[in-house]
Design a protein around this ligand. Structure first.
Ligand code: SAM
Length: 337
């Protein structure tokens, strides 16, 4: 559906209409992508990051955080366990940790792609040759949020980075034939509803296959510790409008939503979302991947998370998808070498 910036802004601001908006998004979700909820097993394999994003608990200036990265063996072992648990898509996510060179990443991708699984990378900004090599090694999808389309805000919140460069990375990823995931945070300091409306139009314009929308949650070890945020309802409205604008894409019920409310992901699944990314990271690492405080499920095990989310999905009359769950149910295509 097409909506103007003014119409989106009005929907974002209208709290009284929220229930109607989420109901409409739920109908559109049902009509265009059906009742399956696709699960992606999320492996948070390194919390080391070269960047200093002001909102993020992994920022390099956070000296209080104990840092880790998994060895290649650990990462492959975690992936295999998730595959054995039945996950058909894995997401490898990390800070921008340059230990994972092109060569190392390709070896990991090839190791995982020996199994019957779709693979998403979420490792930040790299150069074209690296994105190309990862794609040729078998990576199917790439997830990198633009965070905000307010360029001044972005450049303030992500010192040393450039909005334009991140945007160009997204275009390269798309050109290389990955399924493209992007998204934003909602409730950043000095982020206007008009700029959120522009974010949604941007995601439509670049043609994302997946859009992740999550509330900004201030982290106590960052300069934004007192910056407000925590806006679950505005995030839900933003996500619902995304579903109206891009009817058939994948939209996750985000962990940040669950972190603000014990039923956050269910609220999202009933308001337009059709994907959940259960954490399959093991043990202590789950706690150390602390993007924001109060992150949901940090004390649980991968099996507990899989069982718990399966039960929640069944309880709202939906079913766990059995396939790869790509955009428009596309199978991941291997790139021609
Ligand atoms: N380094 C990769 C990248 O930049 O795409 C992936 C990891 S990054 C930590 C994953 C996402 O966490 C970011 O895109 C951001 O939207 C989200 N995030 C970071 N700090 C957050 C916070 N305080 N509240 C909510 N989400 C946050």
């Amino acid at each position: 559906m097409n909506l103007s910036k003014a119409q989106i802004t009005e929907l974002l601001q209208n709290e009284e209409n929220e229930a109607n908006l989420l109901r409409r998004a739920d109908e559109v979700r049902h009509q265009f992508v059906g009742d399956e909820v696709h699960l992606r097993g999320l492996i948070e394999f390194s919390n080391i990051c070269r960047n200093n994003c002001q909102y993020c608990g992994l920022q390099r200036n956070n000296k209080k955080l104990a840092r880790y990265h998994m060895s290649e063996e650990e990462l492959l072992h975690t992936a295999k366990q998730a595959i054995d648990m039945g996950f058909k898509t894995l997401v490898l996510q990390s800070g921008e940790d340059m230990y994972y060179s092109q060569q190392r990443m390709c070896k990991i991708i090839e190791g995982i792609k020996k199994y019957d699984v779709a693979l998403t990378l979420s490792i930040g900004e790299r150069d074209y040759a690296e994105y190309k090599a990862f794609r040729e090694a078998g990576a199917d999808r790439y997830l990198m949020r633009i965070e905000t389309t307010d360029k001044d805000l972005y450049n303030r919140l992500d010192p040393g980075m450039s909005w334009q460069h991140r945007h160009e990375c997204l275009l390269m990823i798309k050109e290389l034939g990955y399924e493209l995931g992007s998204g934003i945070m909602v409730g950043l300091p000095n982020q206007s509803v008009e700029s959120i409306a522009e974010d949604l139009l941007y995601l439509k314009e670049i043609g994302v296959d997946m859009a992740g929308i999550g509330p900004f949650i201030p982290h106590p070890q960052t300069p934004l510790k007192n910056a407000g945020g925590n806006n679950l309802h505005l995030s839900l409205r933003t996500m619902a409008i995304m579903r109206l604008l891009l009817e058939d894409i994948n939209i996750p019920a985000t962990t940040a939503m669950e972190s603000l409310h014990p039923q956050g992901r269910i609220m999202a699944l009933k308001g337009g979302a059709n994907v959940v990314m259960p954490n399959v990271t093991e043990g202590e690492y789950r706690r150390l991947y602390e993007l924001y405080p109060g992150k949901a499920c940090v004390d649980d095990t991968p099996l507990h998370c899989r069982t718990c989310i399966g039960a929640k999905i069944a309880a709202i009359g939906r079913k766990v998808g059995q396939g790869y769950g790509g955009h428009k149910n596309k199978m991941p295509q291997r790139i021609k070498q």
